[in-house]
Design a protein around this ligand. Structure first.
Ligand code: PLP
Length: 426
């Protein structure tokens, strides 16, 4: 079996292993559906990314996988965090990520979220002029001064799925790049806010390098404008992330990304005589390939296709349905068998879009077999739901062959949590 760049996966006695643990043993102990995350792989991905950008700060994008144990591992590695909500901020702080290494993002933050940012002392990426004024008012009421960046819409178009392109002119994120200087000018005149950075993020699962170069040039044009027109020297330039991973085929590496953006960044900064910090916000690259979703085969049906019905669907892995994304699948208990059949892997949800993988060559599949869906660490569990009355799966963290439960399987009580029947209906 060829696992590509996934050094944490292997085969033993015809079984798939992750981080040295046999997945059949894991499902016997924890049941299915089950998310399995390899801790060593999170650490090595983080270190590989950080090593490519030795002078930069790395803010992990918490939305990719917000499990507390994952955040804790990354806090130990020295990561900061990019958070997009009050809940993500709460979890990042609880996991031990320092407030001065957290950037609070979002295109529609509530007043309560802005107040929480002021109170916890994190920086805020401001998405509009109206939000700027609102934050200034809230911070001033609290006698605080918040360090801010503006989220820029750089208008570059990465070749990725339209639902995950965030830097197009028509995108809901950020301030059009030609209006950004006016926002800084306004910020300099307001109390309670201090502009110290600039921020953008052009999309996700980007497999080409040229959009990153285009973005870096545009960001440095703005940095130059701020220095020359407003005499404002920024402390940091945050270029987000979006580096894709090889779900299939190949992908650029963090080194490729560094070779693309760093020369532009350093040349332009030194021409201006400034030394801002570069910040990056990888999510998918850090956690994407670290995890498997394990599911059990309930039925095999000959119909238009040969459908393999498993116990996990878009309730636990939305990406194939939402983004038409490709995930490798493996019959985890039959790695020593020849792939001589074609199957479509279907989830149990009452929607015809609930297909995990189409027309895959696999060994003969029977009821009771274990299907492993690969590369489910980013935007997997994080996007899960209880749709169709399905409890969410448990998650285990594997460390050098040993597994620990980091999220318990939900109960019927969890499904109904917070609901009540008004007494008049009793
Ligand atoms: C989602 C997001 C990221 C992470 O993107 P990846 O493609 O997972 O690396 C970084 N920054 C911001 C602002 C985001 O919204």
């Amino acid at each position: 079996m060829n696992f590509g760049t996934r050094d944490h996966l292997d085969e033993k006695n015809g079984h798939l292993t992750i981080g040295g643990a046999d997945v059949i043993d894991l499902t016997q102990e924890y049941g299915t559906p089950l998310y399995v995350i390899d801790e060593g792989r999170i650490r090595s991905n983080y270190r590989r990314f950080a090593a490519a950008f030795p002078d930069a700060d790395i803010y992990y994008a918490a939305k990719a996988n917000g499990n507390l144990a994952v955040l804790r591992v990354l806090a130990q590695e020295g990561a900061g965090a990019d958070v997009f909500s009050d809940g993500e901020l709460y979890a990042a702080l609880l996991a031990g990520i320092l407030p001065d290494r957290i950037l609070f993002n979002g295109n529609s933050k509530t007043d309560a979220e802005l107040r929480m940012a002021c109170e916890t002392g994190v920086r805020v990426s401001v998405d509009s002029l109206e939000e700027l004024k609102n934050l200034s008012r809230i911070a001033s009421e609290d006698n605080k001064e918040v360090e801010i960046a503006f989220r820029v819409n750089p208008d570059v178009s990465p070749a990725t799925h339209p639902k995950i392109a965030t830097g197009l002119a028509q995108s809901k994120f950020g301030i059009p790049h030609d209006k950004v200087l006016a926002c800084y000018e306004e910020a300099l005149s307001l109390e309670g806010v201090r502009p110290v950075g600039i921020h953008c993020h052009i999309g996700s699962q980007i497999l080409e390098l040229s959009p990153f170069a285009e973005m870096m040039i545009r960001m440095m044009d703005l940095v130059e404008g701020l220095k020359n027109k407003l005499k404002l020297e920024l402390d940091f330039v945050d270029i987000g992330s979006g580096l894709g991973i090889p779900y299939t085929g190949t992908a650029p590496t963090p080194i490729d990304l560094a070779n693309t953006v760093l020369p532009i960044f350093f040349e332009r900064a030194s021409a201006l005589g400034i030394r801002p910090k570069l910040v990056l916000e990888p999510g998918r690259y850090i956690v994407g390939d670290t995890s498997l979703l394990l599911c059990t085969v309930n039925t095999v049906k000959e119909a238009y296709s040969t459908f393999v019905g498993v116990d996990a669907g878009f309730n636990l892995l939305l990406r194939p349905t939402m983004y038409d994304s490709y995930h490798e699948v493996i019959v985890a208990n039959k790695l020593d068998k020849t792939s001589d059949h074609t199957y479509t892997i279907a989830g149990p949800i009452c929607e015809s879009g609930d297909i995990l993988a189409r027309d895959r060559r696999l060994p003969r599949v029977e009821k009771g077999d274990l299907i492993a869906v690969l590369d489910t660490g980013a935007y997997g569990f994080a996007m899960s739901s209880q749709y169709n009355g399905r409890t969410r799966a448990s998650e285990v963290l594997v460390n050098e062959g040993e597994a620990e439960l980091i999220r318990a399987r939900e109960s019927y009580g969890d499904l109904l949590m917070g609901q009540n029947i008004p007494p008049r209906l009793l």
